[in-house]
Design a protein around this ligand. Structure first.
Ligand code: AMP
Ligand code: ZN
Length: 465
């Protein structure tokens, strides 16, 4: 299986540290708002990588963090007049709902930055002890970048070029640094911010530290795959490498995978540019399976431009698969239990084609083409005359290959979020009008579709069963 490694800029054969096991870390979102569909790209892509590795028999330990302390979370908390933890708790819960809708499986562990402070302090101390970090006069602790000789090996930047263009590096408290390219490991508290006691000052960790610490705690000092969006290559992942390798004295991660951006009008979709759609917004218009299918229709290292046309094309493509599966289910129920005489070679050849695509750096676009060919084969070669064994074989094959991509092949009679909200509003009105029979009827109707309502002080909350 070949994986493109940002470190070597080449496709490399996957060789894991422990045979049959993969230790994988994916940088997760900063939780201060609903996730946007740009954030959803790495979630879907690396969930698919995980699923394919499992299909090949690997046991995958998959860790993905939530950054729950950060300037943006603190700013939102101040605006709303609440604690930062209230904001992060709320949006972690919302993010998990979106993940479920996109059929992104929960990670083996989802660590939170705020729960790992003692381990972070330990790593900072180790780096100070080894001469790789230093506290400055105001208590900020910096990483001594120049001391880590391989710095720049991931982003393929030369340290002296960074010096010249240091403005592109985000830093705080720059006046107390030995060198412009040094980055923050620990920073002093500002008024109203969450803070923890440390030997250097009351404060909080720099962003890069959490991933080095959590990867070590949950996966070990050496891991197989580290992944995230391509904007993380520099400085985030470069700094993670510096911290981890300086502290542990071992190669941090064998493979570094980065997804390209999801764009809109050929510009990166991001919260700061304001040109984004949240996953929640998309869920009001489409089943989130369509969003997943859309994301996988391009290779993960190619930029993908979001458009209504492409979403419609994905919806139609998905529909074609689901309709074929529905027909196979019907034919399977009626098919005769006779000897299998059909030729399985074309089916097996397409499975091989699919696997070759996935093993060539997870080319999901070509893998989907192989599924479409299989659907075409199903529509032509499976008839009322087919043996039950053949129908089952074709149906199970399509089902399995879709499942590895996280695509559910059964048609869901699912209500869109907007329709649910509408019914809830109608029920609230009915209760106000004291029409309890209608209110109960709506509740039962929703329950029959797997929507459970809970009356709370803040209003009606709903969940999918
Ligand atoms: P953030 O919350 O900004 O730290 O981002 C969480 C993850 O989403 C990171 O892996 C980012 O690289 C990724 N990401 C953010 N915006 C986009 C985008 N427009 N396209 C693809 N990935 C993105
Ligand atoms: Zn990270």
């Amino acid at each position: 299986m070949k994986i493109y490694n940002t470190l070597s800029k080449q496709k490399e054969e996957l060789k894991t540290i422990e045979p049959g096991k993969v230790r994988m870390y994916v940088c997760g979102p900063t939780v201060y708002n609903y996730i946007h569909i740009g954030n959803a790209r790495p979630m879907i892509v690396f969930d698919t990588v995980r699923r394919y590795l499992e299909y090949k028999g690997y046991e995958v330990n998959y860790v993905s963090n939530f950054t729950d302390v950060d300037d943006k979370i603190i700013k939102t908390a101040i605006e709303e007049g609440c604690d930062a933890s209230e904001i992060s708790t709320r949006f972690i819960a919302e993010c998990k709902k979106d993940m479920e809708g996109m059929n992104v499986r929960p990670a083996t562990t989802h660590p939170l930055a705020t729960q790992e402070i003692p381990e972070m302090l330990e790593m900072v101390q180790t780096l100070i002890d080894k001469g790789y970090a230093y506290p400055s006069a105001d208590g900020t602790v910096y990483f001594r970048t120049r001391k880590f000789a391989p710095y720049g090996k991931l982003s393929h930047k030369k340290i002296d070029d960074l010096q010249a263009g240091h403005r592109e590096i985000k830093v705080t408290g720059s006046s107390t640094k030995e060198d412009d390219i040094d980055f923050v490991l620990w920073k002093p508290k500002k008024e109203g911010e969450p803070a923890w006691t440390s030997p250097w000052c009351e404060g909080r960790p720099g962003w890069h530290l959490e991933c080095s610490v959590m990867a070590k705690k949950y996966l070990g000092e050496e891991i197989d795959i580290h992944a995230g969006g391509e904007d993380l290559i520099f400085p985030h992942h470069e700094n993670e490498i510096a911290q981890s390798e300086a502290a542990n004295g071992k190669e941090f991660s064998r493979y570094w995978m980065h997804n390209a951006f999801l764009n809109i009008d050929n510009k990166k979709m991001s919260k700061s540019l304001g040109n984004f759609f949240t996953v929640r917004e998309i869920s009001e218009k489409y089943d989130l399976q369509v969003l997943r299918f859309f994301m996988l229709s391009a290779h993960y290292r190619s930029p993908l431009n979001f458009s209504a046309d492409l979403m419609e094309a994905s919806k139609n493509g998905l529909e074609r698969i689901l309709t074929a599966m529905e027909r196979l289910t019907e034919l399977e129920a009626k098919a005769a239990d006779k000897e299998l005489t059909e030729d399985l070679e074309p089916v097996n050849a397409l499975v091989k084609k699919y696997e070759e695509a996935m093993e060539d750096d997870f080319n999901t676009a070509d893998a989907i083409s192989a599924i479409f060919e299989l659907v075409k084969l199903a529509n032509t070669s499976v008839t009322e005359e087919s043996s039950k064994a053949y129908v089952t074989k074709v149906k199970n094959t399509i089902n399995k290959l879709c499942d590895v991509l996280g695509i559910i092949t059964e048609k869901k009679e699912e209500l869109l979020d907007s329709a649910i909200e509408e019914l809830i509003a109608k029920r609230q009105q009915a209760r106000k009008d004291k029409n309890f029979a209608l209110a109960d009827q709506i509740r039962d109707e929703l329950a029959a579709k797997g929507i459970l309502l809970k009356d709370t002080r803040e209003g009606v909350k709903w969940t999918r069963a």
